[in-house]
Design a protein around this ligand. Structure first.
Ligand code: NIG
Ligand code: FE
Length: 397
C-alpha cells in the first residue's frame, strides 16, 4: 500500500465505465485540487481531498509537494521494433525528396526490412528495448507495437516474437499488431504478397492482438485491405489517409476496426463514416511534423461529436520520436486542441484505441496506478505550452 499526498492537482479523474470521451466531453476532465491518492497492489484504490486524508505510519508515503498527478501516456501506434536507423535517408528528405520518392528508390520501409533481415533477434530486441525504455522514461505507461519490417513469414514472426519478449520484460502494458501488409516484400509481386500476408494470418493470430494494413496510395488498396481483414479474427487497426484520401477509413469502419490512424487527409465523408462507430480516429502529429504533411483535422472531428486519439507513430521513416508530451503539445500548437482535449487524446482515448481503456488512461478506482507525478507548479496547460521543460518527478508503474 502507498499513499501520495499533498498533490497540488489530480487530473484525469473519470467515473468507472467511461472508456473514451467524444465531442464536448473530450474538452473536460475531472480535477481535484489539493488531493491524496492511495495505491494498493498496483491499482488506484481511492483518492480524495487533503482535509480527508488518513495518514498511517505503516504505509509508504510520497509527499507530492504540490506536484500534479496525472495518468501516464498511452501510445496506441508505434513501430519501435526496428533495426538500425534510416538517418541515411534524412539527407534525401532534407534535399526535398518526398516519402513516396524515397520509398520508390528502395529506401523507406524496404530499407528497414533489409536491415531487420540482417539483424539477429537478440540484437533486434536490444535495440528496440532502448526505445521502449526511452518512452517509459518520458511517461509512457502503455504502448502498441507493430510488426511490418519483416515482410516475409520468417522475419514477420521474428518481429512478433521480439514484441512478445518486450511485453514480458517491461512494466508498461504492450499490445502487439501484425502489420504484414506494410509494403510489398522483396521478391513478391503485389498479388503474391497479399496472398502471402493472408497465409501468415493463422500464425500471426497466435502472437498478435490486432491486424493492420497500410491502406494508402502506392501501398495497399481497399480491396487488398478488405481481403486481409475478412480472413482473420484479429481486430483491425488501419493505416489510412496519410498519403491520399484512400478509402481506408471506410473499409476500417466496415470491418469493425478499433482505430483508423494517420488521417492527415480527410474529407467530410470520413467524418460521416466514423460517426456512430466504435472506431477511434487516431492522428499522428509527429509524422505531419517530420514529413511536412498536413496536420489532421482533429478540431472538425470533435465538432462532429467524435473523439480523437493522438499517438507517436515512433518509427525510423516518418516519426523518429516517441515523446508523447511532444505529441500532446503538437496537438495544441498545430491542431488547435485545448490542453484538456489533447490530454484526453494521449491518455484515455489512446488507451481505448488499443483496447486498454478499462485498465489505463484515467484516474479511476480499480484502474492500474500507472501515474506521473510532476514537479511542483505544473498543470495541463503548462505541460503543452512549456513543451520541453522537464516535468516528471516520479513515475508510478
Ligand atoms: O506510420 N505509413 C506507414 N508506416 C509508417 C512509416 C514506416 C516507415 O517509413 O518506416 C508510418 O508512418
Ligand atoms: Fe504507423
Amino acid at each position: 500500500m502507498s499513499l501520495i499526498y499533498n498533490i497540488g492537482r489530480l487530473v484525469g479523474i473519470q467515473p468507472e465505465g467511461v472508456l473514451r470521451v467524444e465531442g464536448p466531453e473530450q474538452g473536460r476532465t475531472g480535477t481535484l485540487e489539493n488531493a491524496w491518492l492511495r495505491i494498493e497492489d498496483g491499482h488506484i484504490a481511492a483518492f480524495g481531498p487533503m482535509d480527508s486524508v488518513i495518514l498511517s505510519g505503516s504505509e509508504e508515503s510520497v509527499d507530492a509537494r504540490g506536484g500534479m498527478v496525472m495518468p501516464g501516456f498511452c501510445d496506441s501506434h508505434t513501430h519501435v521494433v526496428y533495426a538500425g536507423s534510416r538517418d541515411g535517408e534524412f539527407l534525401d528528405k532534407i534535399n526535398g525528396l518526398s516519402y513516396e520518392e524515397i520509398a520508390a528508390r528502395g529506401g523507406g520501409i524496404l530499407n528497414s526490412a533489409d536491415l531487420l533481415h540482417r539483424t539477429s533477434e537478440e540484437e533486434l530486441y536490444r535495440q528496440s528495448m532502448t526505445r521502449v525504455q526511452e518512452m517509459m522514461d518520458k511517461g509512457t505507461v502503455a504502448l502498441e507495437i507493430k510488426s511490418g519490417y519483416g515482410l516475409n513469414p520468417a522475419d514477420e514472426l521474428k518481429m512478433l516474437r521480439v514484441i512478445r519478449r518486450i511485453r514480458e520484460t517491461v512494466p508498461a502494458a504492450v499490445k502487439s499488431t501484425f502489420l504484414g501488409a506494410h509494403a510489398v516484400g522483396r521478391g513478391y509481386t503485389h498479388e503474391a504478397y497479399v496472398q502471402a500476408v493472408t497465409d501468415m494470418l493463422p500464425e500471426a493470430e497466435k502472437w498478435a492482438d490486432f491486424v493492420d494494413v497500410f491502406c494508402d496510395e502506392g501501398f495497399f488498396t481497399v480491396e487488398d485491405t478488405e481481403r486481409i481483414l475478412r480472413a482473420t479474427s484479429l481486430t483491425p487497426k488501419i493505416h489510412a489517409n496519410e498519403l491520399a484520401v484512400s478509402g481506408g477509413v471506410q473499409v476500417g469502419v466496415r470491418c469493425g476496426a478499433l482505430s483508423v490512424d494517420h488521417l492527415e487527409r480527410t474529407t467530410e465523408a470520413e467524418i460521416a463514416a466514423l460517426k456512430g462507430s466504435a472506431t477511434m480516429p487516431t492522428m499522428l502529429p509527429g509524422s505531419s511534423f517530420f514529413l511536412g504533411l498536413p496536420y489532421g483535422r482533429a478540431k472538425d472531428f470533435l465538432k462532429a461529436g467524435l473523439g480523437v486519439a493522438l499517438a507517436s507513430d515512433y518509427n525510423p521513416g516518418s516519426s523518429p520520436c516517441g515523446d508523447m508530451r511532444f505529441v500532446m503539445a503538437q496537438g495544441c500548437i498545430k491542431m488547435r486542441l485545448t490542453p484538456v482535449e489533447a490530454f484526453n487524446a494521449v491518455t484515455l482515448n489512446s488507451a481505448y484505441a488499443m483496447g486498454l481503456s478499462r485498465e489505463y488512461g484515467s484516474v479511476t478506482p480499480g484502474k492500474k496506478a500507472a501515474l506521473i507525478l510532476t514537479h511542483p507548479g505544473w498543470d495541463l496547460t503548462k505541460l503543452a505550452y512549456q513543451y520541453q521543460t522537464p516535468f516528471i518527478r516520479q513515475i508510478f508503474l
